[in-house]
Design a protein around this ligand. Structure first.
Ligand code: HEM
Length: 390
């Protein structure tokens, strides 16, 4: 899609898509300004699917007591400020940094699984499960529950961003209800008996009684962490590794000098935004560039396009671990909703590159493969990345 975006940035940087009923924004500066103005460009009710859900599907959700209408990223101040302040008390830099040994152990075990074979699928054997195992560990969820929750999380993505037949949506809605109940029970169990994991820490803060928060709000935050924490990071690793290995010089550079790895992770994030598009809604008339938008209008931000804006990132397709402004990419958003999990995603990216570069420097994309991207407008990643090594 990048050639199309480049044309849009040059010829029609803000355009209306009648098919989606969204105004589409493609330039870096415009998207940055929108993120900085949450009063005009609100994220409230922006997680709804492009098309309203059928009544039958809504009923399943209502009957199941599904109450996560919006996660943190769909809230506005003052609720947003209160909830973000609450979770930040437990989701601290220290807790995130403390995950590094566990992440390294998981990555090492995964690489051990294929290192003797000379070839692997980096999605199935690494990118798909790693972020889930990591966030599950933080949330104190047993490894045995990974497949179940992964399936539910995919249902959530399918429901929110896809456009599927009713019977399929009904199946996904049932999964969503199971997913929600699971989060409620997780929080309830920590309230009965606090433990040293993230829900346990949140429960402890709640029990101290100084925060204005309800148990269902805590369950919704846990639900949000679970979901935000893995589909996105899977896309970072699968896209990023594919791109990095396709640009041999960048890969060889990080193998020769591991100090370049943090820069390479930023470039992986930039060159193929894991969250490719994101949504906002105007709360009042607004102007983006030369275009006047009315109030109550849908706006689609093409983060993937912003990150390739050549006015900010010269030679945008090129992965350069030494690029001095790579971390200005918009893959984590900006402003009050800036991704809460960014330090965790960056940590996972760094550990994966460190371990792969140290152990398998001859890693290369298997010849002749075609990449098949999962059909989803927001999270975009190849379903397989086949590699070979000596
Ligand atoms: C928000 C991307 C990983 C938790 C966001 C936003 C983006 C994003 C674009 C902004 C949404 C908006 O402005 O409306 C990503 C990417 C990731 C990633 C690309 C991986 C490469 C994670 C992880 C977690 C997480 C690992 C949790 C463990 C959140 C939360 C928010 C958020 C809770 C909402 C923050 C708020 O509204 O205040 N993320 N994310 N994300 N992300 Fe991430």
């Amino acid at each position: 899609p990048f050639a199309f975006y480049a044309r849009a940035r040059a010829e029609a940087p803000v355009f209306y898509s009648p098919e989606l009923d969204y105004w589409v924004v493609t330039r870096y500066d415009d998207i940055r300004d929108i993120f900085r103005d949450p009063q005009t460009f609100s994220s409230e009710n922006t997680q709804a699917p492009f098309k309203p859900r059928p009544a039958e599907v809504q009923q399943i959700l209502a009957d199941g007591g599904f109450s996560v209408v919006t996660g943190l990223s769909g809230k506005q101040p003052p609720d947003h400020t209160r909830l973000r302040g609450f979770i930040k008390k437990a989701f601290t830099p220290r807790r995130i940094a403390g995950m590094e040994p566990a992440i390294r152990a998981i990555v090492t075990a995964m690489i051990d699984g294929f290192a003797g074979r000379g070839r692997a699928d980096l999605v199935a054997e690494l990118a798909y499960e790693l972020p889930a195992l990591v966030i599950f560990r933080m949330l104190g969820i047993p490894d045995a529950d990974v497949p179940k929750v992964k399936e539910w999380a995919q249902s959530r993505v399918a429901m929110n961003f896809g456009d599927r037949p009713v019977s399929e949506q009904a199946h996904h809605a049932e999964n969503l209800v199971s997913y929600w109940r699971y989060c409620q029970e997780l929080v309830a169990s920590r309230l009965r008996e606090p433990r040293d994991d993230l829900p346990g820490a949140l429960a402890r803060i709640y029990l101290e009684g100084e925060e204005e928060i309800e148990p269902d709000e805590i369950a919704a935050l846990v639900y949000g962490q679970l979901t935000a924490g893995h589909e996105t990071t899977t896309a970072l690793l699968s896209n990023g590794l594919k791109e990095l290995l396709a640009q041999r010089e960048a890969w060889d550079a990080i193998c020769a000098d591991s100090r370049l790895i943090p820069g390479a992770v930023e470039e992986m994030l930039r060159v193929s935004a894991p969250v490719f598009t994101w949504k906002r809604r105007t709360k009042r008339p607004a102007r983006i560039g030369d275009v006047e938008l009315p109030g109550e209008t849908n706006v689609l931000l093409l983060l993937g396009s912003a990150n390739h804006d050549q006015t900010v990132f010269p030679d945008p397709e090129h992965i350069d671990p030494n690029r001095d402004n790579a971390s200005r990419h918009l893959s984590f958003g900006l402003g009050i909703h800036f991704c809460l999990g960014a330090p965790l995603a960056r940590l996972e990216g760094r550990v994966v590159l460190e371990e792969l570069a140290a152990r398998l420097p001859s890693l290369r994309l298997a010849a002749g493969q075609t990449f098949d991207f999962n059909a989803n407008s927001s999270f975009r990643g190849p379903s397989r990345v086949l590699v070979e090594f000596d």
